[in-house]
Design a protein around this ligand. Structure first.
Ligand SMILES: [Zn+2]
Length: 201
């Protein structure tokens, strides 16, 4: 339909969305072996519904510079392995983010983009600026998220906002981060590529 996924080092476009719009179909069969690498256990895990890991690719038909278990740094989730409504039988997947952005909190993988998505629903109260602060090296049992509230937010609404954000994070991310509200303007502004994850250890 209107979405494609490609890894140019391996074989250009290898994922395409069909009319059922239920993830990307893997289009590399016959040319590539796709595997999922699980970073926590350092093992390759089966490609089954719900599995999440780093996509690694091996060329099986290329004669010049074939890649072997090439780590793409893209975190893939298997959407389904059954025959699709469109009739195609290749597995379907989504790309969750880049492995270097991923934070594992209490065994749950989270991307800054998922946190950002939650805050974007509260832009009547938040500025949209936030930072994830990692106080210790992994494994993380919890994380601190600093988020700016708008200067026109009344003081009595701040406590309510903090607990609302923590609750929404718990239901959408699967864990409850510590939310710290900061006044508008307290977080550094970047040139479009603001650092969202800060290691304070
Ligand atoms: Zn399909």
């Amino acid at each position: 339909m209107n979405a494609n996924y490609g890894v140019s080092e391996a074989l250009s476009i290898i994922g395409s969305e069909c009319e059922a719009r239920d993830g990307f179909h893997f289009m590399g069969r016959g040319s590539l072996i796709a595997e999922l690498h699980h970073s926590e256990s350092d093992k390759y895990i089966p490609l089954e519904k719900g599995a999440i890991g780093e996509l690694t690719l091996t060329n099986i038909s290329k004669k010049a510079q074939p890649l072997i278990r090439y780590r793409t740094a893209d975190i893939m989730e298997i959407v389904d392995t059954d025959t699709c409504l469109c009739g195609r039988r290749s597995f379907r997947f989504d790309i969750k983010g880049r492995s270097d952005d991923m934070i594992v909190v209490g065994g749950i993988s989270v991307f800054p983009s998922a946190v950002e998505m939650i805050f974007s629903e509260f832009l009547d109260q938040l500025t949209g600026e936030y930072q994830i602060v990692l106080a210790t090296p992994p494994p993380h049992e919890n994380i601190l998220v600093q988020v700016e509230y708008r200067s026109d937010l009344k003081q009595e609404k701040q406590n309510q906002l903090k607990s609302t954000l923590e609750k929404v994070c718990r239901s959408k991310l699967g864990f409850r981060p510590d939310i710290e509200l900061l006044q508008q303007g307290r977080l550094p502004r970047g040139d479009g590529k603001t650092r969202r994850v800060i290691m304070s250890y």
